[in-house]
Write a protein that binds this ligand. Structure first.
Ligand SMILES: C[S@@+](CC[C@H](N)C(=O)[O-])C[C@H]1O[C@@H](n2cnc3c(N)ncnc32)[C@H](O)[C@@H]1O
Length: 479
């Protein structure tokens, strides 16, 4: 218990709703209670919580099981702040707070927060969600105490007293939340921009032009595809109408979204995990992110040019490597804690090596879908054999249409294959892309009763005992 006169000075915040405290005579006390229930303050907390409105949940019995700092001014109950220590997620959550309406004071309120900070003897990150509209429980007050905002959402700021990386998982969870990942939301795009800037910087450092799409120029096959609708422009040059390629170098290459990579890596890598295998390596994104987190990343990639570009870009990481190999026969060394792959979608892109050659064994160039599928599944099978028990196998898949217009059914066949191999189908995630290019396509193909494809699927399968998942993978904590 802390007792004594405040050493307050006139507060620099807005005092319109605050009483004028007499700083020489008021006695300010803070009392720690392990649980509101049983402390004798149940009724007072509930009453003030209801009056305060924002803190109304603190009136509930199931919230009063938590600890609190009780504020007393001149020996009278004048406010509270509830909190909860979560040892499983290793975090310290600040819950609800309120001060008597006629005693509101930002300096005393801040002292109450500091009293809570003193309770965190565990060194856990401290998290708090505040409203931009509240007078006390607001970003400005918490910022002044040393909290930092990691997410702004619908009038609320999610703040942390600690390191931003400690709450990264929460930020990723908020970006996804359900199995439909809308990749056009502002925080998703913000995080994507940050990763892309890092990849661009690595390209600059190691002289790899266009690093996000390195080795993929011209891989997009659809000459009448929607990339052209958006990216080409007709201009007049020397009195003649000419077609200019748009600003993109890649022609819509299907490189991975770095945020999707990060979410998959963080959610499906076990707490003790270290190694990731990708049987169809492709672009640099997944390896770059795995490398940034200090994981070992091994990818089988059949094109030397893609391996070279990626290995150059990731040379600052200890252990991220692309090995030129055919995943249908390549056996990576040792066992892995996560398999993640985004394989070719049959005939959607061309994969070309140095000298414009398509390497032998490249599965998209195979004559029939059936040949493609058996080489794809051969790569998957070896990957599964090298996956440890109680681990996830994640494949980002997209179906494509045969020349008669019908889908091949690659997504469904992938699910069935994984199931036949004894894995459990655990999540089916819809990865939703921007709509605008698809709208242009819709105008051309809806007459054929084809809806332009705007999504890809992320199939998450699990090898092992599903009852162990919660204990094997890191807790996410409060969202
Ligand atoms: C669709 S891309 C990967 C797409 C991914 N989204 C990316 O970021 O690039 C698939 C990759 O598989 C590679 N590939 C094709 N056949 C292969 C095989 N038999 N073994 C290993 N890699 C192969 C291609 O060269 C291509 O880079």
């Amino acid at each position: 218990m802390t007792k004594g006169k405040t050493d307050m000075f006139p507060c620099k915040f807005d005092h319109r709703n605050e009483r004028q405290l007499d700083m020489f005579t008021d006695t300010i006390e803070f009392e720690y209670v392990k649980s509101v229930i049983g402390s004798g303050y149940e009724e007072a907390v509930a009453k003030l919580a209801i009056e305060d409105k924002v803190a109304y949940r603190a009136a509930r019995k199931n919230m009063q099981i938590h600890s609190a700092i009780i504020l007393k001014i001149n020996n009278e109950f004048s406010g509270f702040f509830t909190f909860q220590v979560n040892h499983e997620a290793k975090e310290f959550c600040l819950l609800q707070s309120a001060m008597n309406l006629d005693k509101k004071d930002k300096t005393i309120y801040s002292q109450m927060v500091n009293k809570i900070i003193e309770q965190n003897t565990f060194g856990y990150p401290m998290i708090m969600t505040v409203s931009t509209k509240h007078d006390l429980e607001c970003p400005k007050v918490f910022n002044a105490i040393g909290f930092e905002t990691y997410l702004t959402l619908s009038g609320f700021e999610y703040m942390v007293y600690g390191k931003l990386e400690d709450v990264r998982m929460k930020r990723l969870a908020h970006a996804t939340m359900t199995n439909a990942w809308t990749t056009t939301r502002s925080d998703w795009l913000k995080m994507k921009k940050e990763w892309n800037a890092k990849i661009e910087a690595a390209g600059e450092k190691y002289n790899i032009p266009n690093p996000k799409f390195a080795s993929r120029d011209g891989c997009w096959q659809g000459s009448s595809g929607y990339s052209n609708v958006v990216l080409t422009k007709r201009v007049i040059e020397d009195g003649k109408v000419k077609t200019k390629k748009g600003k993109s170098f890649n022609g819509n290459a299907s490189v991975l979204d770095p945020v999707a990579c990060e979410v998959i890596l963080r959610f499906f890598m076990p707490t003790e995990g270290k190694r990731v295998y990708n049987p169809f390596g492709g672009g640099v994104q997944f390896g770059y992110i795995a490398g940034s987190y200090g994981y070992e990343y091994v990818a089988s990639e059949i094109r030397q040019n893609q391996c070279d570009a990626n290995n150059m870009l990731c040379q600052d990481f200890e252990n991220a490597k692309w090995i030129k190999s055919d995943s249908a026969t390549f056996s990576p060394e040792g066992n892995f804690d996560l398999v993640f792959t985004c394989p070719p979608y049959y005939k959607v892109e061309k994969y070309i090596d140095y000298e414009g050659e398509i390497p032998d064994g490249e599965i998209n160039s195979m004559q029939t879908y059936e040949e493609f599928r058996s080489a794809l599944f051969a790569g998957y099978k070896i990957a599964m054999e090298h996956l440890k028990d109680n681990r996830f196998f994640v494949a980002m898949v997209g179906d494509s249409r045969a020349s008669n217009g019908a889908y091949y059914g690659a997504e469904a066949e992938t699910e069935l294959f994984l199931k036949e191999q004894g894995l459990h189908l655990y999540n089916k995630i819809v990865y939703l892309e921007a709509e605008f290019t698809r709208l242009a396509q819709a105008k051309r193909i809806l007459d054929y009763r084809k809806f332009p494809k705007r999504e890809q699927k992320i199939i998450v399968a699990y090898k092992g005992d599903m009852s162990l998942i919660k204990g094997t993978f890191p807790a996410i904590g409060r969202l």
